[in-house]
Design a protein around this ligand. Structure first.
Ligand code: SAH
Ligand code: SF4
Ligand code: F3S
Length: 456
């Protein structure tokens, strides 16, 4: 009798990686590996890795360290490392960690079943880290409803079944001097609009109500390998996708300020189901540092775009990414970033201490900062931003927000949890609700990372 084979996937990093893990999960199911939540039961373990900061990379090695015992007890276990660390390290990863059977770069994930098969047959380690400058994202048909929407899977999936990510482009050509992504994900590649439309139409037919269009730099969507416009522009794509029957909420991430056009800003006035949330990474408030980062915009450009967005959608929630302690960042540069927090008043900010990444230009920059200085600056910045976030969330008190229900709140207090159009988590009391259902909630309290309310 054939015993059932099981697979376990651990995902680090960004939403691109989450989507890649989803695809690998489906490929594994298609080759008869059922997903398990218990790593000990797995016959195949996939670690989908992130290399964006030093800390992210360290997590991978500590997880691999913990897997040694498991592999010792079960030699047939196949361990696969995929994603950005796999791409970056390649062969070196297998040399350092002999328990790794498969190393697979982000462009190669579709070959996972084939390589698992090779490992089982030949027993030899497999490596696939090709990064083609003319890579095309394969057409990927979502599975039919009968295969996905069982109660069991629904409960375990990281995102509720009514919400899906759709990759519209991969890679990045911007070469910010601190960033590893152009080296791990390769050149920017857009997907054909017909493929994107077909995928989202199929998702909508299965009951998906919210899609997030994904890419490292979605604002420059549509260009071919030579950099000229090959398909349609991002605003044109948004208009097309927004018309798909059943899509109630449309989001996208991430954006680069230099490519944020007037046409895109106008979309926020004209497209009803485009959610009023914009994640617009600024990185620094100092023009001198922005230049050293190769960001190609000034703080004045950034502020003008924020102003224009707020003109067309006064309720738009802005979030951002900030790096503190970039090489050469002076006290004045840091103060310019603090000043920016006051000028923009972001709903939220993800902030990080700069860390050197392999192959990037900033590695060779002088005037690196002490870790202690970076930590101090990070904590000053986060304390101030927390106050601003709380104040901004309190502004929602007494307003009525349309919330898409995600499920019962994790606290087990009988509360429900969902998200506002501007992507803020809202917890509220309610009776029998269904995930994906839209309800009106009156906000009673604004907290640091969420809102509390009651059904209106
Ligand atoms: N494509 C997005 C960002 C992707 S990476 C953009 O264009 O902004 C997510 C965030 O990680 C970045 O916005 C940046 O703030 C942070 N980051 C990237 N490289 C880093 C490094 N070497 N050290 C610290 N933070 C870094
Ligand atoms: Fe990295 Fe810059 Fe590309 Fe964003 S735009 S992925 S920060 S190189
Ligand atoms: Fe990390 Fe790669 Fe995404 S480095 S942030 S997983 S593109």
């Amino acid at each position: 009798m054939n015993s059932i084979k099981k697979s376990y996937i651990e995902t680090f990093g960004c939403q691109m990686n989450e989507r890649d893990s989803e695809i690998m999960g489906l490929l594994l199911s298609d080759s008869d590996y059922l997903p398990t939540e218990d790593i000990k039961q797995a016959d195949v373990i996939v670690i989908n890795t992130c290399s964006i900061r030093e800390k992210a990379e360290q997590k991978v090695y500590s997880l691999l360290g913990r897997l040694k015992k498991l592999k010792g007890k079960k030699p047939s276990l196949i361990i696969s490392v995929t994603g950005c660390v796999a791409q970056q390290e390649g062969k070196k990863l297998q040399a350092r960690m002999p328990l790794v059977d498969i190393v697979l770069g982000p462009q190669q994930i579709y070959r996972l079943p084939e390589l698992i098969n090779k490992v089982s047959v030949k027993g030899a380690a497999q490596l696939a880290v090709g990064l083609s400058p003319t890579f095309e994202i394969p057409k990927y048909a979502p599975p039919s409803p009968a295969e996905t929407v069982t109660e069991e899977e629904h409960k375990d999936s990281p995102e509720p079944a009514f919400k899906r990510f759709v990759t519209i482009m991969q890679g990045c050509n911007n070469f910010c001097t601190y960033c590893v992504v152009p080296y791990t994900r390769g050149r920017e590649t857009s997907r054909a609009p017909e493929d994107i439309m077909a995928e989202i139409t199929a998702l909508a037919d299965q009951g998906v109500k919210e899609v997030t269009l994904l890419g490292q730099n979605v604002n420059s969507y549509g260009r071919g390998h030579d950099g000229s416009l090959k398909y349609i522009t991002f605003p044109e794509l948004l208009r097309k996708v927004s018309g798909i029957n059943g899509i109630e909420r449309l989001r996208f991430t991430t954006s680069h300020p230099k490519d944020l056009s007037t046409e895109l800003i106008d979309c926020f006035a004209e497209i009803d189901n485009l959610c009023p949330h914009f994640h617009l990474p600024v990185q620094s408030g100092s023009n001198r540092i922005l230049k050293r980062m190769n960001r190609k915009y000034s703080i004045e450009d950034y502020l003008a775009k924020v102003e224009a967005l707020r003109q067309v959608r006064p309720d738009i929630a802005l979030t951002t990414d900030i790096i503190v302690g970039f090489p050469g960042e002076t006290e004045d540069d840091f103060m310019a970033t603090m000043d920016l927090l006051e000028k923009v008043r972001f709903q939220g900010a993800y902030s990080f201490k700069y860390s050197d990444r392999p192959q990037t230009k900033a590695v060779s920059f002088d005037s690196k900062l002490d870790d202690q200085v970076k930590s101090e600056r990070l904590s000053i910045l986060q304390s101030r931003q927390n106050i601003i976030s709380l104040e901004e969330n309190r502004k929602y008190e007494n307003s009525v927000q349309t919330i898409m229900v995600e499920g019962e709140s994790k606290n087990g207090d009988g509360q429900w949890s969902g998200r506002s159009m501007s992507n803020i988590i809202v917890n509220f009391a309610g009776s029998v609700l269904v995930p994906g259902q839209s309800v009106n909630v009156r906000i009673t309290e604004g907290l640091l990372h969420s809102l509390r309310g009651a059904l209106a």
